[in-house]
Design a protein around this ligand. Structure first.
Ligand SMILES: [Ca+2]
Ligand SMILES: [Ca+2]
Length: 254
């Protein structure tokens, strides 16, 4: 093939390709395997309710979407960093369970039509966590003068019952702690050296819908020679480290 003929063929090819590009050689109307057009689906409202939730609790996600071509739509949800978990409840709804960590979470909804055309949008929700609250402290002794008085002849023991509540998750186990903070001379109110031998042992725990209760048994091995005030440090900590603390006083004497 001479150089002239070869260049002629290339030129002819370029002209033919250009004509096809300009005029459209394939008519989509006559060739049903090639779609004439597709419009992207439209993502309407992405609703998150409630938009502020506690750690480990749930919120409902729902989407309104439309496709002008009438294509079937598939909706999928995701969290930006793949935290929490989704439970699909219908083609347009899901329940999201928050993780423990507080903060802002971006929830994405993707709407995809049957041709694969997709749009995605997101909304931000907040995960919060409240402090637990100590709602009650009770003290019982074997020989009751009052609920806050240990009578040594009764056996030097005292049962301290602490009740607390966490609005985030009443059924989540709270961590209770009961320690002796200090001993004071009842009359002078001067602090005494902590030289007593005593034990504080957890003895029972119970959980209801509205509260969690833990009981501690406090036992002193000796009778002080005079009345004393015993101050206890009581704390309740939730599963994220939030806590409530109280100082609680019991008088002890003969
Ligand atoms: Ca479509
Ligand atoms: Ca909490």
């Amino acid at each position: 093939m001479s150089k002239k003929i070869f260049l002629g063929l290339i030129l002819t090819s370029i002209i033919i390709v250009s004509l096809i590009a300009l005029t459209g050689c394939v008519d989509p109307q006559k060739n049903p395997t090639i779609p004439s057009y597709n419009t992207f689906p439209r993502l309407g409202e992405l609703t998150i309710y409630p938009a502020v939730i506690s750690s480990l609790s749930t919120t409902t996600l729902s989407v309104v979407a439309k496709d002008d071509d009438g294509d079937d739509l598939t909706i999928t949800f995701r969290e930006e960093q793949n935290r929490g978990s989704f439970q699909v409840t219908s083609s347009t709804m899901a329940i999201w369970t928050a993780p423990l960590a507080i903060g802002s979470y971006n929830i994405y909804a993707k709407v995809e039509d049957s041709t694969g055309a997709a749009v995605e949008g997101y909304k931000t929700l907040r995960v919060i966590n409240h402090d637990p609250v100590i709602t009650g402290i009770e003290n019982k002794t074997a020989f009751i003068i009052s609920d806050t008085y240990i009578f040594w002849p009764s056996g030097n023991t005292s049962t301290i019952t602490i009740t607390a509540y966490d609005v985030d998750h009443p059924d989540t186990s709270l961590n209770f702690d009961c320690q002796v903070e200090k001993f004071l001379d009842f009359f002078t109110q001067l602090e005494l050296p902590d030289t007593y031998t005593y034990t504080i042992l957890p003895v029972s725990s119970s959980v209801s819908d509205t509260s969690t209760t833990n009981t501690f048994l406090f036992t002193m091995q000796e009778d002080p020679p005079y009345d004393i005030d015993i101050y206890f440090d009581i704390s309740v900590t939730d599963n994220i480290g939030n806590s409530d603390t109280l100082s609680y006083k019991i008088q002890a004497g003969d």
